[in-house]
Write a protein that binds this ligand. Structure first.
Ligand code: AMP
Length: 114
């Protein structure tokens, strides 16, 4: 069951601040508070969804497609397209997911180690 009080739900509602990169009605991209690379941005759909499977299985194709196309837009805004980047989404216990609202990590700005 989706927890309406998880930290990203609070960020979407504007109850907790974040450093925004891009936002529209459907998506929000913001800097990770504890960056693991020179550039570390998180991307979330505004729909309540716990993890990757919840998002792609339970929302319309248009919503899912829009999220990933906006991700590419943000990659371009961040200047990462040319030199490359990594997209990661942690899920569940084995994936070490901390925040139970589906999100992707966009990492780049330097050569990434493991
Ligand atoms: P995950 O382990 O995939 O759930 O990643 C959660 C990420 O959220 C971590 O990289 C945290 O540093 C990040 N994070 C937690 N709280 C905040 C916040 N208030 N603003 C920005 N990033 C956050």
């Amino acid at each position: 069951m989706y927890d309406e009080n998880n930290i990203f739900a609070k960020i979407i509602r504007g109850e907790i601040p974040c450093k925004k990169v891009f936002e529209d009605d459907a998506v929000l991209f913001f800097y990770d508070i504890s960056p693991k690379a020179k550039i570390h941005v998180l991307g979330i759909p505004k729909n309540p969804c716990i993890d990757y499977a919840d998002f792609v299985l339970n929302y319309d194709d248009q919503i899912v497609s829009n999220f990933f196309k906006k991700t590419e837009h943000v990659i371009n805004i961040l200047g990462l397209r040319k030199d490359g980047y990594r997209i990661v989404s942690n899920s569940g216990v084995n994936g070490c997911q901390e925040v139970p609202h589906f999100h992707i990590h966009i990492l780049g700005g330097e050569k990434l180690t493991l």
